[in-house]
Design a protein around this ligand. Structure first.
Ligand code: GRF
Length: 194
């Protein structure tokens, strides 16, 4: 399967997906990385000879649709992409865009999810992989993993714990997607485990 990754940050989720592909655990290929600024993910793509597209406009929907039409991916994986995709993009790729979010949705959508969880005082948080729809961090949920919050946790320590889970959960979902093991009906996602 042809995969496109979109990122704005460090790119640790992107890197783990590439690792799984290299190990032969994901039957797919990242054919492009799309970024909105210079970032760690971009560096990882260049080291792996993956073409990088940098969005230029603030209003980037048209530009993005043109890139996606050219690359024609089976799936678009958001991995720390910090901009919201507009309806015209999401509608073109219905149930083909996946995101990972650092909370147990529907709790703590939007920015600073880890900060929000600590501020609220929840005892359990985690990460969620979901399809992208037209509301922020709202699309059908594919998989979640929980993380227990310790009294000593701060944003930094909790981020480490959540990312450890993310780095297993996201590649696992991508693996199943590439094997056509994930289907969706309305808001319910069915996963055929191996
Ligand atoms: C992840 O924690 C993900 O949940 C959020 O953005 C972060 C990206 O981290 N959407 P990285 O760039 O993959 O290291």
């Amino acid at each position: 399967k042809k995969l496109v990754v979109m990122a704005s940050g460090r790119g640790s989720n992107f890197a783990t997906i590439l690792d799984y592909i290299a190990k032969g655990e994901i039957n797919g290929k990242v054919t492009a990385l799309i970024v909105d600024k210079a970032c760690g993910a971009e560096k990882i793509a260049r080291e792996n000879n993956i073409p990088v597209f940098k969005l230029k406009d603030k209003e980037f929907s048209q530009e993005l649709i043109e890139i996606l039409n050219k690359v024609s991916p089976h799936y678009i994986l958001l991995a720390g992409f910090m901009r919201i995709l507009k309806k015209e993009v999401v509608d073109c790729y219905k149930n083909k865009i996946i995101n990972i979010h650092p909370s147990l949705l529907p709790a703590f959508p939007g920015l600073n999810a880890i900060h929000q969880a600590l501020d609220y005082g929840v005892k359990v948080t985690g990460c969620t992989v979901h399809f992208v729809d037209n509301k922020l961090d709202h699309g059908p949920i594919i998989a979640q993993e929980a993380v227990t919050i310790a009294e000593s946790d701060c944003v930094k320590s909790l981020l480490v714990k959540i990312q450890q889970k993310e780095h297993k959960l996201y590649p696992q979902v991508v693996k199943l997607l590439c094997k056509d093991k994930i289907t969706i009906k309305n808001r319910t996602v069915y996963v055929k485990e191996e």
